[in-house]
Design a protein around this ligand. Structure first.
Ligand SMILES: C=C(O[C@@H]1C=C(C(=O)O)C=C[C@H]1O)C(=O)O
Length: 102
């Protein structure tokens, strides 16, 4: 191994790399949040349509398909993400509480 391989990285280069990558992460997080808002709108559309004919808000067979999709990609944390996404998309629990009566 050459001495160059063993030498420490330049802190200034590392710092610049971190700043650049964090900017990209911030952009992606903003996109994920926008997609999550869109997903919640679509999900609430399905829920409203089903409830308009007397059906239930939730359908666990469908939720299990979605949880498996995420778990197949990311394992246990994937399943946890899916359950959180589903919770966010449930109309009844995802809305902020309305202002309290005076
Ligand atoms: C949107 C639906 O309704 C509910 C919400 C789901 C979702 O956000 O993906 C999945 C199943 C249901 O509990 C649906 O049945 O597809």
């Amino acid at each position: 191994m050459s001495p160059q391989t063993l030498s420490a990285a330049d802190p200034a280069v590392a710092e610049a790399t971190i700043t650049t990558l964090r900017s990209s992460i911030d952009v992606l997080d903003a996109e994920i949040l926008t997609l999550l808002d869109r997903r919640r709108e679509l999900s609430e559309g399905v829920q409203r349509a089903r409830m308009s004919t007397g059906g239930r808000r939730t359908e666990f067979n469908r939720e299990n398909v979605i949880i498996k999709r995420y778990a197949d990609r990311f394992g246990r944390p994937g399943a946890a993400i899916a359950m959180t996404v589903l919770e966010i998309c449930r109309g009844s629990t995802s809305k902020p509480a309305s202002s309290s009566p005076r």
